[in-house]
Write a protein that binds this ligand. Structure first.
Ligand code: CMX
Length: 132
């Protein structure tokens, strides 16, 4: 069964958004992590069993930079924690979803991640993640 691991939010200025979300959620971010493979810096806030992940592009070629350029700041993806990411990739491909990386890669938070193209999921970029 899927469970929401986090919601990713694309921001222009991590420092300003860390401060804004700390005021919104009433709790500060608990970690910052740079994900070189995705050209992003991330920061995490805990909300119950889930998290908010702020994403700031570290490179103009980053998917997050392109997203902000086209659509502005806002919700970038929803991440579902799965038990077996390889099995889910095969299952979801069988269901007709477009998997962007069939080989899971190491993402933030020490998790293996794979993405589904938003065009195959009602305009929502979906991340599957599994703790390593
Ligand atoms: N959510 C919804 N739609 C999105 C989107 C997103 N996050 N990102 C792009 N799109 C839409 C664009 O608006 C565009 O729509 P239109 O054709 O209607 O204009 C379309 O998808 C194509 O967008 P693009 O700017 O041409 O971008 P690309 O096709 O080059 O890339 C995508 C889009 C989803 C394939 C790419 O962003 C990707 O591979 N994403 C997965 C990896 C990722 O997002 N990494 C960032 C951080 C991950 C992390 O560490 O958490």
């Amino acid at each position: 069964m899927f469970k929401i691991d986090h919601i990713g939010i694309a921001v222009k200025n991590m420092a300003e958004s860390n401060e804004l979300f700390a005021r919104l959620l009433g709790t500060p971010h608990y970690k910052v992590e740079r994900v070189e493979s995705e050209h992003v810096s991330t920061s995490f806030f805990r909300i119950g069993d889930s998290k908010i992940e702020l994403l700031e592009a570290s490179d103009p070629e980053s998917a997050v930079a392109k997203f902000i350029e086209k659509r502005g700041e806002g919700i970038h993806h929803i991440a579902f924690e799965v038990v077996d990411i390889h099995a889910e990739i095969l299952r979801l491909e069988g269901e007709g979803f477009v998997v962007l990386n069939r080989v899971p890669k190491l993402g933030a938070d020490n998790k293996l991640v794979a993405f589904l193209h938003p065009k195959s999921s009602n305009g929502v970029l979906v991340e599957l993640c599994q703790s390593v």
